[in-house]
Write a new protein. Structure first.
Length: 95
């Protein structure tokens, strides 16, 4: 579900109510071990839902000045949620 590959934090599968806390804690532990900024690659994330976005935002809040993470391959559904919540200016996207 979470692994470091090529100096990127890669998420795969689904984040749901059963595993959100575990995903958050595992990701946070990995983020704290890496130099920042760190790319979070979402290419293998199956569902870009609000719960997954909440985990990403919580990770971001744990980085200096809330700028330590850059997001790549964001699912289309998650992009729509980000725009609806007016978070596009708070997150750094990579193409």
């Amino acid at each position: 579900m979470i692994e470091l590959k090529d100096q990127q934090l890669c998420l795969s599968g689904t984040i749901n109510f059963q595993n959100a806390e575990q995903v958050y804690q595992q990701g946070l532990a990995l983020i704290r071990q890496q130099p920042l900024p760190l790319v979070v690659n979402l290419a293998e994330l199956q569902h870009g839902n609000t719960l997954a976005l909440a985990v990403l935002v919580q990770w971001l809040r744990q980085t200096p000045e809330q700028k330590g993470l850059h997001f790549q391959a964001i699912p289309a559904k998650m992009l729509k949620i980000i725009e609806a919540c007016h978070l596009q200016d708070d997150l750094i996207f990579l193409s």
